[in-house]
Design a protein around this ligand. Structure first.
Ligand SMILES: NC(=O)c1ccc[n+]([C@@H]2O[C@H](COP(=O)([O-])OP(=O)(O)OC[C@H]3O[C@@H](n4cnc5c(N)ncnc54)[C@H](O)[C@@H]3O)[C@@H](O)[C@H]2O)c1
Length: 267
């Protein structure tokens, strides 16, 4: 039990996938949850799921590209629940056909990605922090990605925006820790959300799963649980950290599999 009873949370990008799982877990642990998403109908459906289980939830339209819309979502949380204790900045997008290598990445797309994935975290945090300061503290949890820690053949803008999220997290933690405001990042590896399952072929999923240390793929609940832990007082001495939830993908020295093969040949 994480003891989130009475806490008020805003989760962005929570109609489906990781954000939805975070919202459901926070609610199960007792938090009152505002779901904010572009897909307002999906956010409302998720709020209804929470209420059906006896939880407290509400939903609001959010465009994470629009400063006013982010401000309105934070304010709606405070208006509805009296305060905001937990902010989960979860919206993050990538369009593989535009997000190419350094020589070819579409520059307008680059700017757009920084706005959606990184600036939205800055805006959400600066809207929520004054309420948290008044309230004696709070917890901000940002969703980054393994792509923010490693290089890749494409998705240059996405990975760079997520690296920005990981470091912005450290700045927020440094600047507002004295006000008892914590800020951490969760960096998922491949997570089998409905979108990932729809967009990736079995061949790609096999390649991405092959390098995990653990023999299975990540589920949205794995990230929802990590987010709820970081939102709660169970993690009260953790701030500014990037918690990697990737089945050990980035733990393993990439040469391990070849070394095992070589050693087996040598007998
Ligand atoms: N799924 C993965 O394997 C994976 C891996 C690493 C990181 N992540 C990160 O986790 C987060 C959630 O990913 P997911 O896979 O659940 O995504 P998803 O595509 O399944 O869901 C994203 C949600 O955000 C909403 N959204 C998108 N753009 C929005 C906008 N501009 N304003 C408001 N809402 C918007 C969508 O409507 C949707 O409900 C993202 O930040 C993503 O970068 C995901």
């Amino acid at each position: 039990m994480l003891g989130l009873e009475g806490k008020a949370a805003l989760v962005t990008g929570s109609a489906i996938g990781i954000g939805q799982s975070a919202a459901l877990t926070l609610a199960k642990e007792g938090a009152k949850v505002m779901l904010a998403d572009y897909n307002e109908a999906g956010a409302k459906e998720t709020a209804a799921m929470i209420e059906k289980e006896g939880g407290v939830a509400s939903a609001i339209f959010l465009d994470a590209n629009d400063e006013e819309s982010i401000r309105a979502a934070v304010k709606a949380t405070v208006d509805q629940f009296g305060t905001i204790d937990i902010l989960v900045n979860n919206v993050g997008v990538t369009i593989a056909s535009k997000d190419l290598d350094v020589l070819n990445v579409d520059l307008d797309y680059w700017d757009q990605t920084m706005k959606t994935n990184l600036k939205s975290v800055l805006i959400g945090s600066r809207e929520a922090i004054p309420y948290m300061q008044k309230n004696g503290g709070g917890s901000i949890v940002n969703t980054a990605s393994g792509s923010g820690m490693l290089g890749d053949i494409g998705r240059t803008a996405y990975g760079t925006s997520k690296a920005g999220v990981i470091n912005l997290t450290r700045y927020i933690a440094t600047q507002y820790g004295s006000a008892n405001i914590r800020c951490n990042t969760v960096s998922p590896g491949l997570i089998l959300t409905p979108t990932a399952k729809r967009d990736m072929t079995p061949e790609v999923l096999k390649i991405l799963g092959k390098f995990n240390a653990l023999p299975y793929q990540g589920e949205p609940e794995d990230i929802g649980n990590a987010i709820a832990f970081l939102a709660s007082d169970a993690s009260k001495f953790i701030t500014g950290q990037n918690i990697v939830v990737d089945g050990g993908l980035t733990t393993k020295n990439p040469s391990v599999d070849d070394m095992i093969e070589l050693m087996s040949k040598q007998g």
